[in-house]
Design a binder for this molecule. Structure first.
Ligand SMILES: [Zn+2]
Ligand SMILES: [Zn+2]
Length: 261
C-alpha cells in the first residue's frame, strides 16, 4: 500500500469528467492507502473541499502557492483560522518560485514568511514549493525557525547541497515522477543520498505523470511508479519504499492510519 503525499484531486480533469468517486476508486484499486490533497489558494479552499468531499483516506492542507499569491492575495487571519482547523493537516503549499515568477519576489517572500509563522503557531508541518530560489528558501526557513514545525520539500528538483540543508532543518524530501525522467540524473543522485526514513513520495497530480504515463493526466494511482524508481536507486524492495514512506507520512502529518495493516 502506498501513500500519495501531494496531489491536487480537485484539479484533475478526470475528477470533472468521471467524478471524484471514480478517481478515488482508481487510486484504491492501485493500492493507494492515503492521499494528501494540497491547497493552493484560500478562495479555492472551500471549493476544493466540496469537490473532493469527506473521506477517511484523503487529508487536506491549506496555503497559498507562491505562483498564486500575486493574483489571489490572502488575508493572514483567514489563513491562520483555516490552518488551525482539525481537518487541515499541514500549511502550504507555500515557498518561493523564481523560475516562473521573478516579478513578485517580495510578495512571495512576505507570504512565505507568514506561512512559516502560522505553521509554528498551529504546530503543523509546512509543504514547501521551491524552484530556483535555493538560498532564499533555506535562509527564510532558518530565520522563521521552521525547524520547530518542520515539513517537506515537495517535488524536489534542486541540488544535493540544498537537500542536505533541508534535512538539517528536520525536513523531509518528497520525490515525484520527475525521478523517472531520463533527464533527471541529479535528482536520482539526491535520492541515493537521502535516507529512506526522511523521504516521501508523491504524484503532484494532475501534473508530471511518471514514465510510462508521460503525456497522460497524472493521478494518485501512478505513485507506484515513483516508488519503483526509488526502490531501484536505493537497492531495496518496492514494499520497503512503500512502507517506510507511508510511516514517514503518517508521522510527519500526524495522521491516524485509516486502514489497518
Ligand atoms: Zn508545487
Ligand atoms: Zn502541488
Amino acid at each position: 500500500m502506498f501513500v500519495d503525499s501531494h496531489c491536487h484531486l480537485d484539479k484533475l480533469k478526470s475528477t470533472t469528467e468521471l467524478g471524484i468517486d471514480q478517481v478515488l476508486a482508481n487510486a484504491r484499486a492501485a493500492q493507494i492507502e492515503h492521499m494528501l490533497c494540497i491547497g493552493v489558494a484560500l478562495d479555492d479552499f472551500a471549493q476544493m473541499q466540496s469537490i473532493v468531499g469527506k473521506h477517511d483516506d484523503v487529508s487536506f492542507s491549506c496555503g497559498v502557492h507562491p505562483l498564486y499569491v500575486a493574483k489571489h492575495g490572502f488575508s493572514e487571519s483567514e489563513l491562520a483560522t483555516l490552518c488551525a482547523r482539525n481537518d487541515v493537516v499541514a500549511v502550504g503549499e507555500t515557498g518561493l518560485d523564481y523560475f516562473y515568477d521573478k516579478e513578485h519576489i517580495t510578495t512571495q517572500q512576505e507570504s512565505f514568511a507568514r506561512h512559516i509563522e502560522i505553521a509554528n503557531e498551529v504546530n503543523k508541518p509546512l509543504i514547501i514549493h521551491t524552484r530556483d530560489a535555493r538560498e532564499d528558501t533555506i535562509a527564510m526557513l532558518r530565520e522563521g525557525r521552521a525547524d520547530k514545525c518542520r515539513g517537506v520539500m515537495h517535488c524536489f528538483t534542486e541540488s544535493l547541497e540544498m537537500a542536505k540543508k533541508a534535512l538539517d532543518l528536520g525536513f523531509y524530501i518528497s520525490i515525484s515522477g520527475i525521478v523517472t525522467f531520463a533527464s533527471a540524473q541529479e535528482l536520482r543522485d539526491v535520492v541515493k543520498y537521502v535516507p529512506l526514513d526522511r523521504m516521501l513520495i508523491e504524484t503532484d497530480s494532475p501534473w508530471l505523470a511518471p514514465v510510462p504515463h508521460r503525456g497522460q493526466e497524472n493521478q494518485p494511482a501512478y505513485v507506484a511508479h515513483v516508488a519503483e524508481c526509488v526502490a531501484k536507486l536505493k537497492e531495496v524492495s518496492v514494499q520497503e519504499v512503500a512502507e517506510v514512506t507511508r510511516n514517514n507520512f503518517y508521522s510527519l502529518f500526524n495522521i491516524q492510519r485509516s486502514i489497518a495493516s
